[in-house]
Design a protein around this ligand. Sequence first.
Ligand code: PLP
Length: 389
Amino acid sequence: MKTPSHDAKAQQFETRAIHAGQEPDAANGAVMTPVYFTSTYKQDAPARPRGGYEYSRTSNPTRTALQENLASLESAAWGMCFSSGLAATNALLDRLVPGDHVVAGNDLYGGTYRIFRRVFERYGVTFSFVDTTKKALVKAAMTPKTRYLYIESPTNPLLSITDVSAMAAIAHDAGAHLVVDNTFATPYLQQPLTLGADLVLHSLTKYLGGHSDVVCGALVGNDAGLQSELAFFQNAVGGTPGPMDCFLVLRGTKTLAVRMDRHCQNAMRVARHLEGHSKVARVYYPGLKQHPQHALARRQMKDFGGMVSFELRGGLKAANACATRTKLFTLAESLGGVESLIETPCSMTHASIPPADRRAAGLEDGLVRLSVGIEHVDDLIADLDQAMR
Ligand SMILES: *Cc1c(COP(=O)(O)O)cnc(C)c1O
C-alpha cells in the first residue's frame, strides 16, 4: 500500500483526480502509474505472495491505482473495476438468487435492460420497471423480495432526473440497496453515495475514460460486506479489465473536471439553440428552465452534463436524415468522449427495447441524442443547423 504524504480526503476533486491512488512508483520513482503487464507474481514461499498480489484476475497494481482513484472521486471507501460497465452490472446481479426482485427505472441504458430481461430473468430473478421520477410508483413496486432499486439520473436518453435521496429512503425502508448508474453525471457533477445510495455503477467507457478508446466499468461503495461479496464474484466470474485499460481510464480521470466544465458549457449553448429552432419539437436538457426536474437537477448536481436529446418534427425520417448529414457530430453509439457524437436511440442504442415498451417510456421515433463534445461550440451549432436544413 502506498501512503499519501498529505491528508488526501481534505483535497478538492480536481486534485484528487490527479493524485488519488497514484503516488510515484516505489520501485523506480516513475511518476505515472506503470502498466503492470503480468499475469502472475513471484511468491517468497508457497502461498506467501510478496506484495499482496498473486494472479492478475484477482488483482493487479494498475487496477488497484484506478480503483483507489475512483473511490476517492466518488467519496467512497472502495472501488472495483470490471472489463465493461455491463460486467459491473453482471457482478451486482450475480449476488441475487431465484425469486429475488429488482425495481428499476423505465428509461435505462438499453444494454442494462437487456441483461435484466434476457439474461437474469432466465435465472428466476424478476424485474419491475417504473418511472422513478414518481416516488409513489417506486414505493408501490417494492416487495419483501426486492434486493435492489436500480436507477439512472440523468436517464438515457430522455435526461429525466430522479431524486437520489428520496430513492435511498424508499430502498432502505424496503430493506433493499439503492444502486445508481452515475455514468451520465460523473462524480464531478453528482456523488450519489453522499446522497444515500449504497452502490454506484460506472461505464468508464464514457466520460471517465473520456477519449472513446477503452471499454471498462466500475462499482464503488462504502459497505465492507458488499465489497467482499462483490469481490468474490469479480474474481469467480472473471470479468476484469486488463492493465492497459486501467491505465487509459486513469489518464482520462486526470482531466475529468476540465473536460466536464466544457461539455456542460457547450451542451447548454446547444440546448438553448435547439430550443429556438423551427424544426425541433422538443429539447431534453436538465439545464433548461422548462425541464420538468430542473430545480431538482440544480439541487442534486453541480452542473447539467454534456448530453442533449431532441425530437425533430419530421419523426424517424427527419431524425435519420439529420444524423446522417452532420459532419462534426459523428454518427455512432456511445458518448462521453472529447469528440461530438450523434445517434437515433430508437434505431440504435435502444433498439433492443421492444417498440411498445419504448413508446410507453416516452421514446419517440424522431428522437436524436447528442453527446456534445469539447470542440468550439459555434462549429457544433453550425453543423447541426446545416444538417437540419
Ligand atoms: C454505456 C453504458 C453502460 C454500459 O457500459 P459498457 O461499458 O458499454 O458495458 C451502462 N450504463 C450507461 C448509462 C451507459 O451509458
